[in-house]
Design a protein around this ligand. Structure first.
Ligand SMILES: Nc1ncnc2c1ncn2[C@@H]1O[C@H](COP(=O)(O)OP(=O)(O)OP(=O)(O)O)[C@@H](O)[C@H]1O
Length: 338
């Protein structure tokens, strides 16, 4: 059975280091909790299994594993069986499901990647909830963070969201303990633990933007700066600090919000007291609270220009059917058609 004591000292130290990141930086304690591990069967999520299995006694936690077969590759049902076998080996109860990703993508007019992600999180969050888990853990790591940040840069995301995904999403109870850990360290842990993993053939397909960034762009950046992943981690930490600061600075603005017939009003009087940097963050925060659909910085800037030019009646559309309309009273955030 895999235990902290059975790992080579270097790997045991690594497991404790990740645990310290979770406890001290994210201020989350897994002691005595029920934890659902999201496992695709690739090396990263097998490392998540290994790490959690090694830490299990120290936490006094109950571990579970969830795997979704997206039904996209002929070998996927075998991979599902291998995830079950791995969990048997580690004495971790495993749940799995299957989705018709291609059909769902066609029906909802989504790309395959987006459809897979939606179905995956729906399944993982659902099973974690039904099994009474306190946390859902994924194996995203520092290379994923760098890819995510680069993709946000390409799409036009503003600061601080530009620094990449969160390590802790309280609304979804989603935790990413490896977020600042380079992938090669996960590989080393899995090898030291003597566990097997699967290579996903679609991870090399250049048809996906994610793969082009992973195999073409990221290696160039690492060549320019061998410490690029550490730089990304440092920028991410800066973004966490800035997010917390913006959050505090917007307390009064948040309290001034009013529900009106057409949606939520950000009153002009409050907007006038804020510098542009905080107005933009306030718009973004309101739009995020309204539901899925990422507001890009160009659209937020366009809204602010309409507001400063007092263009009453003008509106800006945002993804997720959201919109914002300038009015003499301020800016009203609502949904298309309302
Ligand atoms: N089929 C799956 N079943 C269970 N968990 C999965 C599956 N695929 C991915 N995961 C979990 O999600 C993590 C990230 O996977 P991946 O990088 O492929 O996702 P993504 O497509 O980048 O989307 P996102 O980053 O939003 O999850 C994995 O480390 C693993 O924990």
């Amino acid at each position: 059975m895999l235990r902290l004591q059975t790992l080579p000292p270097r790997q045991a130290h690594f497991c404790l280091e990740v645990d310290r990141f979770v406890r001290e930086e994210l201020t989350i304690s897994l002691a005595g909790t029920h934890v659902m591990l999201a496992v695709s069967g690739g090396v990263d999520s097998v490392a998540l299994l290994a790490w959690a299995a090694a830490m299990r006694d120290k936490w006094g936690a109950r571990l579970f594993c969830a795997h979704l077969d997206h039904g996209l590759r002929p070998e996927s049902s075998q991979e599902r069986q291998r995830v079950h076998a791995l969990c048997d080996q580690l004495a971790i109860p495993c749940f799995s499901g299957r989705s018709e990703t291609r059909r769902y993508a066609q029906r909802c007019q989504l790309g395959i990647e987006e459809a897979g992600r939606l179905l995956r999180y729906r399944y993982l969050e659902g099973i974690a909830h039904r099994r009474g888990c306190d946390y859902l853990l994924t194996a995203h790591h520092a290379n994923d963070l760098a890819e995510d940040s680069l993709m946000r840069f390409i799409r036009g995301t503003g600061w601080p969201a530009l620094a990449g995904m969160a390590a802790w999403d309280p609304g979804r109870r989603l935790l990413r303990p490896f977020l600042l850990t380079p992938k090669h360290r996960l590989h080393a842990l899995v090898q030291a633990a003597g566990l097997c993993w699967e290579e996903d053939s679609s991870n090399r397909d250049p048809a996906y933007q994610r793969n082009r960034i992973r195999h073409q762009i990221l290696p160039l950046l690492i060549k320019e700066n061998p410490n690029f992943l550490e730089t990304i981690a440092q920028t991410w930490r800066q973004a966490q600090a800035d997010t917390a600061a913006f959050d505090t600075m917007l307390t009064a603005a948040r309290q001034a919000e009013r529900v009106v017939k057409q949606g939520l009003l950000a009153p002009r009087q409050e907007l006038e007291s804020l510098p542009a940097a905080l107005r933009l963050r306030w718009y973004k925060e309101i739009l995020d609270r309204m539901g899925p659909g990422q507001a890009l910085s160009a659209n937020l800037g366009a809204l602010d220009a309409l507001y400063t030019e007092k263009k009453s009646g003008k509106r800006v559309q945002f993804p997720g059917d959201k919109q914002a309309r300038v009015s003499p009273e301020g800016i009203i955030f609502g949904w298309k058609g309302d």
